[in-house]
Design a binder for this molecule. Sequence first.
Ligand SMILES: [Cu+2]
Length: 672
Amino acid sequence: MTKEVNPTEPATIPKFVDALPKPVTAKPKYYKGQQRKDYYELKMIQAEHSFHKDFPKSIIWGYNGLYPGPTIEATKDKSIYVRYKNLLPLQHFLPVDYTLHAANDSKEVRTVTHLHGANVDWESDGHPEAWYTRDYAQTGPKFSKEIHEYTNHQPGATLWYHDHAMALTRLNVYAGLAGFYLLRDSLEERSNLPCGDYEYPILIQDKSFNEDGSLFYPDEPPFPVPVHPSITPGFVGNTIVVNGKVWPYLNVEPRKYRFRFLNGSNRRGYVISLSNDEPMTQIGTDGGFLTVPKEIQSVELLPAERTDIIIDFSKYEGQEITLVNSDEDFIDEYTREIMKFNVCLPLKCEDTSEIPERLAVSMDLHSHDAHIERHLPLTATTDDFGRPMLLLNNRMYHDPTTEKPALDSIEIWNFINATQFDHPIHLHLIQFKILERRPFNMVLYQNEGRLEFTGPPEGPHDYERGWKDTVKAEAGKVTKIIMHWKDYAGNYMWHCHFLEHEDHDMMRPILVMKDVHPVQEPHAEIQHEVEHSQDQHHEDSTIVTSNNEHTVPLLITTPHFTPTEEIVEYSQDSLQTDEKAYTPQTIPLLTSTQTITRSNETSYLEENVEYNQLSSPLLNNTQNITFSKAELPDHQIHNVTGINSIPQPIFPSTELQPPQQRMATRRRRRWY
Ligand SMILES: [Cu+2]
C-alpha cells in the first residue's frame, strides 16, 4: 500500500526518486544589437517549479525563472558584465517584516544580487542598500548602476550569486534567488581534474512545504511578539533540497567525479560524509584550490561555505552510497540524509582524470605582517520590540562604520563569540585564512567584558585550511583570521550568513579606505593610552585605560566594547593543569598598535559627532561597567575601560526547543 504523499510530512515523502538536476549554464546575450561574449542578462521572475515528482508544482522566484539559477562560467582576469533584472511581482509571496532595518524604504519587492566570494568593485558587489524594485522604479541609497562588472582578478573558485537586499535576503534566497558562478583559471585548465559530465555544482538548501506543495516560511517566531509578520531567530526546513529537488539521486559511473558543494541554506549547517565511511578528496575551499589535495572523512559546511571534493566511485561499482549529514543541530531521521549516489552506470570510457599532487601555489599571510588587529565581539541583545537580536561589535547595522581597513593593508580580525551559537561570519571583497580558535571564559566576558582564555589555541579544521570568505565563529571561542585588503576601496560588508541573523542587524559595514596609513586605531573612536603594569611577577601584563576617564563622552556609555589592546592570558586553573603549554605571552602585534598616530583626524572628529548623536535601543537595557586601574581585582587580568556588559539573550532556549504544542499543531514545521 502506498502512503499518500503529504509535502508537510517528511515521513510521507519518498526519498531518492528524482534525478539530481545540473543547473543550466548561462549564455551571453545580445546587447545593443550586438552579440557579446561578456554580457549576461538574468531575469528574476516568478515561476513554477517541481521540487518532487509527487508534489504539486510550487511557486518560486528564480534567475531566468530557474531554481537554482543558471550557472555563470567565467575565466580568471576576463571581465564579464551582468544585469540582473527584477521582473518579480510587486508583492512578496513570503511574510515580510516591515519593522526591520530599512525594510520600509519601499513596500515593493526589493532585490540586489551579491556575487559571494568575489573580488569586485563595491558598486558591483551587490551592496544590501543598492537594492532596486521592479524595473528600477525605486532604488536604495547605495544603488549606482544596473550592470555589474566582474573583473575576475582572483584565483579560480566556486563562487555563488544570491540576493542580498536589506532585510529581505532570507526571503528572497529562500524563494530561490541563488545560483553558481564558477570561475575557472589556467591552473584548472592544465590540471586533469574530472570535468564536463563528471563535474557537478551541488546547492544544498533545506525547505518546508505546505500541503499544496507551496513553500512554507513562518510568519512569526514560536514565542509571542508584538509584530506581525515577524522575523524569526532562524528557520530550518524539514526536507533537504539539492539543486532544486527534494532528496534526489544521481546515477554515476565507477570513476572519479568532482562536486562543488555549497550550503545555500538560511540557517542549517551540514556535516557531510559518505554512508560507506570511505574518505573523500578535498581540492578546494571557498576561495579556490588548496595547495595540495587533502583526504577527509567529513566536512562541515555552515551557510555560504563551499567545498570542492573529488569522489572516486571506481571502488564502489554496483553500490548505493548516501551523502550523509551528521550535523548535530536540528537533525532528525529525515534530514540525516542529503542525496544518494547509485554507482550503476557502465563506464563510458577509461577514467583518465587525475588529482594532481600539487594544486595552487602557496600564498600564506603571516601574523607578523599584519598592520592592525581588531577584536570584534558577537553578542546578543533585544530589539525595540523585545525580540532577540544578535550584534557584531555591539552595534546595529546603521551605527557609524567602525571597520575601516586601509587599502593594501593586512589585518587580523578576532571574532569573540559571546553568544551561545556558532555563527558563519562572511566578509565581502576578500578571501582570508583562518589562524586559530581559542576558548575563553564566557561568564567573565559577559559580566565584566574581560577576555580570559581558558585553553590553548586550536588550528583550523583539516577541511578549512585554504582560502575562506566565510568562517564558523564558534560559541565561546575567539576565532582569529587574517586578510589582505587589496584591489578595491569602498563600501563593503561583514555579516553573519545565517540569513535571519543577517536580516536582523547581524551585519556591519566595512569601508576600505584609500590613501590612509595602514596602521590605524582598530575602531576609530576612543583614544587609548597604554600603561605597563609595575607588577614584577607579570612583566608582560598591560592595562589599557582611557585617558579621559572622567569626561567620557556619550560614546563611551554606549555598549561599545573596544578592546584596542588585548592580552593573551590564562586562568589559574589552566596554569595549574598544564603550565608549559600556558606560558603567558603578549601578542607581538601590540607593539605596532601602541604607537599609533592618527592619519585622519578629520574623519575621527566627524565620527565622534555621529556617536554623540547616536541613540541605540540597546542603551536601555545595557549596564555600563567601567573599571579603573585601582579597581582591578587582579593584575593578571587585563582590562579596557568603557566596557559594557551585554544582557544575555532570551532566545537560546526557543531557538533549540520550539514549544511542543506548536510543533504538534504546525506539523513539524520548525522555527529556530
Ligand atoms: Cu548569526
